[in-house]
Design a protein around this ligand. Structure first.
Ligand code: CTP
Ligand code: MG
Length: 233
């Protein structure tokens, strides 16, 4: 355990959750008595190697102040932006103001992914501690994959052995990630996660296999699945 590196964390929580079609952004929905966002933060705030944590929030977010953790002095409030990458960048810049340096590890984790387990977090930290680039949690594709044409018909079966689903946390050095995100955003590149910014900048992030149930809540069905998991715990 002592081999685990110390790290900073950024939790982007400035999305609107359009696909969830709820009365508030999904990170503020209830999951067995507590909000998704509070459950997401738990795994990080309880970690002895955490040096600091920023949550990126939409301007004038009316829900954040209602959470108990809004009064937790360890949590920094960063400005969210238009895209997820803007929100992450806001968090990185705030951590740098707090003393994080370019060579420090930063873990970025979706606010809407509340079932991160400590063993997954520790495996990511341990596996990447000596890595020159960094990487992310992911899971290998399990089902047979089909490429589908506009007509709704299969055009090809894709080789499953080469396909993984990208999860979070994603773990990179602060300076390299900041530079990749800002250059990628400026160039209008398609950046859907931190790894894609790093790839765009010419790096090859490493995949670390994680638990399948570290799911991101995107639609109401995802929340129902997690309600079953948390009710059993
Ligand atoms: N996020 C963010 N800033 C944005 C967009 C997204 O901080 N401008 C965050 C979300 O709050 C979420 C994570 O990035 O924790 C993953 O994004 P996603 O699942 O797409 O969430 P939303 O954008 O909120 O959902 P949707 O795409 O359905 O609107
Ligand atoms: Mg989104």
């Amino acid at each position: 355990m002592s081999l685990l590196p110390s790290f900073w964390a950024v939790i982007p929580a400035a999305g609107v959750g359009a696909r969830m079609r709820a009365d508030r952004p999904k990170q503020y929905l209830d999951l067995c008595g507590r909000s998704l966002l509070e459950r997401t933060l738990d795994c990080f705030l309880g970690h002895p190697r955490l040096r600091g944590l920023a949550v990126s929030l939409a301007p004038e977010d009316p829900w954040w102040p209602t959470l108990a953790c809004a009064r937790d002095a360890r949590i920094l409030r960063a400005p969210g932006g238009r895209e997820r990458a803007d929100s992450v960048l806001g968090g990185l810049l705030l951590l740098a103001e707090q003393g994080a340096t370019d060579g420090d590890w930063v873990l970025v984790h979706d606010a809407a992914r509340p079932n991160l387990r400590r063993d997954d977090l520790d495996r990511l930290l341990a596996e990447l501690a000596q890595d020159p680039v960094g990487g992310l949690l992911g899971v290998p594709a399990r089902d047979t994959l089909k490429r589908v044409g506009r007509d709704g018909r299969v055009s090809e079966t894709v080789d499953r052995s080469q396909v993984w689903l990208a999860y979070t946390p994603q773990m990179f050095r602060l300076g390299a990630l900041r530079d990749a995100l800002s250059a990628g955003l400026a160039a209008g590149a398609a950046i859907t996660d931190e790894a894609s910014a790093m790839e765009w900048a010419g790096h090859a992030p490493r995949l670390v296999e994680g638990r399948v149930d570290n799911i991101k809540v995107t639609t109401p069905e995802d929340l129902q699945r997690l309600q079953v998991v948390f009710a059993e715990a």
